[in-house]
Design a protein. Sequence first.
Length: 239
Amino acid sequence: MSRKSKVKIFKVILTLIVIAIFIGVIIYLFPVMRDLSTKEGQVAFKEKVDKSGIWGLISLFGLQVAQIFLIIVPGEPIEILAGMCYGGLWGTIFIMASAGIISTIIFFLVRKYGKKFVCDFCDEKKIEKIEKNKLFQNPKKIEMILLVLFLLPGTPKDLLVYVSGLLPIKPSKFILISTFARFPSVITSTLAGENLAIGDWKMSIILYVSIVLIVAIIIFIISRFDKDKTTRDAINSIK
């Protein structure tokens, strides 16, 4: 069996697992999620989560593995779900820890198998576009560029995880950046999930509006002080 065929089979299996887990979570939690606006519904939801025990954590971790490997699966719903089930604090810790573990594994797989491995999971044209950009090949700037890109909500962080293995950055620096620089976007989603779990829809909306405003402010600051357009060029390269 060829390499491409094996990768396709792996993707199909992973996709089916994601679908199965999502359906299972919905079937398990939906009956109590309908009544989250009531105190009784919130208690019932909490009891459901507690009953799931270790399987709840395994399911959430499995979703995140698939989300980072498949890339096409957005991370925000999983982060919101983590916040709903385990609160803003523990949901954030869980997401950041699992993202750090998965990102580290992918980074070293890329270092071992090279560009072919990246192209198995990412758009080859995007990879070539990033590789040709001198900014990403500059050892003096790459750490700051990745730090900014991971900090900014909305950037394709899973794509960055794969590409980073091809860039001139030390593994230790990559692990620190890819793990802790996710904090602003993760905490926003998990706090929104925590508020959904207590039926506070308004606060969830406020949190998301706030993050949009923060992103707008960050982009404005970058455009004002980034005179050599380093960050903007980097952002354009990963779009």
